[in-house]
Design a protein around this ligand. Sequence first.
Ligand code: FAD
Ligand code: DLZ
Ligand code: SF4
Length: 512
Amino acid sequence: MIPASLRLVLGDQLSPTLSSLRDADPARDHILLAEVMEEANYVPHHPQKIAFIFSAMRHFAEELRKRGFTVHYSRLDDPANSGSLFGEAQRIIAQLEAPRLILTEPAEWRLDHAMRRWGDSLSLPVEIRQDDRFLCSRAAFARWAEGKQQLRMEFFYRAMRRRHQVLLDADGEPEGGQWNFDAENRKALPKGLAIPQRPAPAPDAITREVLDLVRERFAHHYGQLEPFRWAVTRADAEAALDWFMNHALPDFGDYQDAMAEHEPLLFHSVISPYINVGLLDPLQVIQAAEKQYRKGRVKLNAAEGFIRQILGWREYVHGLYWLEMPDYGNSNALDADRPLPEFFWTGNTSMNCLRHAIGDTLRQAYAHHIQRLMVIGNFALLAGLTPKQVQAWYLAVYADAFEWVELPNTHGMALFADGGRMASKPYAASGKYIQRQSDYCRGCTYDVAQSTGPRACPFNALYWDFLARNQRKLAGNPRLAMPYRNWARFSAERQAALRDQAQNYLNKIDQL
Ligand code: FAD
Ligand code: DLZ
Ligand code: SF4
């Protein structure tokens, strides 16, 4: 029987409430999910990321079949698989003689742009529905941004708190009398603090089959495939969320910015891949954190700090991405043009902080925010690495990486390559910041207390060199007034020595 429609569900659209599935009728409509080479290797995705997406897609297909749907599932190794989403849609439409295609708008501009032309190429109606899994739609963000000289997350976040009635007191004012408790969230880890060890679901038969496929087809991609610790079903993602709420959220706020050599996850939730592919709903996560606070189980700085990441940052970068695309990733405000050093792909560097942050990334397809921003991103910023290569790296190596969230974080927040559209100042820091927030420096061959000389921490001279070489562009930024005053106080000899040191390090960047 010819179906009434075919509904295409993408690898990051694994939500039962998805707009394209909302009115789907198991008796009349068919569903398509497709594993395709074009999506799996347009950047060299980490093998765990590919396995996570494929296994979650296969489990979601099973869930839909249990609900009575006819699901067409293209496996990557099906001989008939055309290798692209368009090819698979075309093939299955022809096979079924389906009269129309329905889908939810893709989260990435690249695919959205292509799919809006599919109707012409397929010669049938293609209905593209809004993705309402975000708490601020693309249009609502554009309305909020309209006429604003500067966009700042903090003001967007306050509006979102009000709009969604999150962490407000009886008078509709922010709980605890202030919107943001970030100043309380920068503690270094005290010695001997117990870090809760998180459980991981054992891979089931579906995941094991996917792991074999990925091992065979993507052996050349950087990153370790196993141990594979990701949840791939809604139930297991909810169990991970539950575990976080009870064991890690209480300390999340205090140690949000801390880093530790042997504890890569600390008190972070590690749920971003689940929210991003639709296994968890952002509002469900926010409400769970607020409930822990209301029940007196976690302090306000923990609940607020966590909620701000999702209701604030996540929605803000999504809105910004859609506001600025397609040109967003093309600017290069600081004229950074140094190629990405090879150690980004191997972790093979003597800089202990980078060795661990990159090593964790390659081992787990995950590193937490401060490792991404203040170690890896900070190095890329200070060394002037070319934005396009840094973007492609971040998009490849994290299980949670999708361009809508990766690009603003990389291009705007870490590299300041958008000239300040996203963030009010570059997140540039010397080794002192890393020393204060981590135990990395203790085990490093470089000496964080030195800025010049053969053992000097590279972050120190690179920091001053970054400020000096970008003085014309950055000195007017009020948030950088203090560092520029300090730079001006150095003698000419000291300035020259720091810049020489930085140049020497940049000349042999691959050997650092
Ligand atoms: P937690 O620290 O527990 O935070 C809770 C949740 O808040 C996260 O799960 C995530 O959904 C959200 N969140 C936190 N910070 C951000 C942020 N800056 N932007 C958007 N959402 C945020 N996040 C991605 O999901 N995908 C990416 O590709 C990605 N690339 C990044 C690249 C760079 C250079 C930087 C600096 C950050 C990037 N982030 C990205 C944001 C952030 O680092 C991750 O969301 C976070 O580390 C995920 O780990 P977690 O779930 O333990 O987060
Ligand atoms: C990231 C990814 C990968 C690795 N593979 C697939 C796939 O085989 N099929 C699919 O539908 N989606 C995949 N994705 C996600 C897409 O590349 C893309 O990032 C999102 O669908 C954008 O919304
Ligand atoms: Fe990193 Fe410098 Fe500390 Fe070494 S000394 S861990 S390079 S900040």
